[in-house]
Design a protein around this ligand. Structure first.
Ligand code: SF4
Ligand code: SF4
Length: 218
């Protein structure tokens, strides 16, 4: 399962971002941030209490099922009045949810979370970043293991000089990405793929911001 991985901003930062806003409406999300316990129902309730103690009026709260879905606007229709009364919306979702709501409601939005990465669940309650969407996917030559995200230095042409007994020099608890890749290719009988030189990434070929349009069918 792929999730948006987030962490809560400090209450001091949230106070600074909501400075001058006396009335706040809080929105959480029932998907990724509920799982990571950064923006589900308990966290929304705790935030409501913290803001109330800081002297703010919380005009309402809700936890929408999937904040990044365009149907969120329909979910929020039943909160028209408390939304209207609020000076700002404190949104306890990943940045995708914040931007979805910001595009549909004419109110200042304040993200209560920092969005860290898109992660895959690799164990109970554990998430790893598995793809940076680098635009030049090379895992067809690395046995399906991404060196861009698995190697601390993002090296794509073999290990650095610091790999030590199969462990990474930056985090000795972590396997070196290139040991994992070597072992995987060896098991697959494809060590020849290690010899492929990966050219420097063509950053000019990846315009920012990224845009994609579904091609018209013939
Ligand atoms: S090489 Fe890694 S970061 Fe780049 S697209 Fe492939 S999986 Fe994603
Ligand atoms: S030891 Fe391995 S994983 Fe760590 S930075 Fe060097 S090549 Fe990357």
């Amino acid at each position: 399962m792929i999730r948006s991985i987030t962490q809560q901003k400090s209450i001091e930062e949230i106070e600074r971002l909501t400075d001058g806003m006396g009335r706040i409406f809080i929105i959480g999300c029932g998907t990724c941030v509920t799982l990571t316990r950064t923006g589900g129902a308990p966290e929304v309730a705790a935030m409501q209490q913290q803001l109330t103690e800081k002297g703010k009026v919380v005009t309402g709260t809700t936890v929408v099922p999937v904040a990044c879905d365009n149907l969120t606007m329909d979910m929020l229709k039943e909160f028209q009045n408390p939304l209207k009364q609020a000076d700002g919306l404190l949104i306890m979702t990943c940045a995708f949810g914040v931007q979805t709501i910001a595009r549909q409601i004419s109110k200042m939005v304040i993200p209560a979370l920092d969005t860290l990465f898109v992660g895959k669940e690799t164990g109970a309650g554990e998430f790893n970043e598995v793809c940076l969407q680098c635009g030049t996917c090379i895992i067809g030559e690395t046995g399906g293991i991404c060196p861009v995200t698995t190697c601390h230095k993002g090296l794509v042409n073999g290990p650095c000089g610091g790999t030590n007994n199969g462990k990474c020099e930056i985090d000795s608890n972590k396997d070196c990405a290139w040991t994992l890749i070597y072992n995987r290719l060896k098991d697959l009988g494809r060590l020849d793929a290690m010899r492929k030189y990966q050219k420097p990434r063509n950053h000019l070929g990846e315009p920012t911001p990224g845009k994609f349009k579904i091609p018209a069918s013939a």
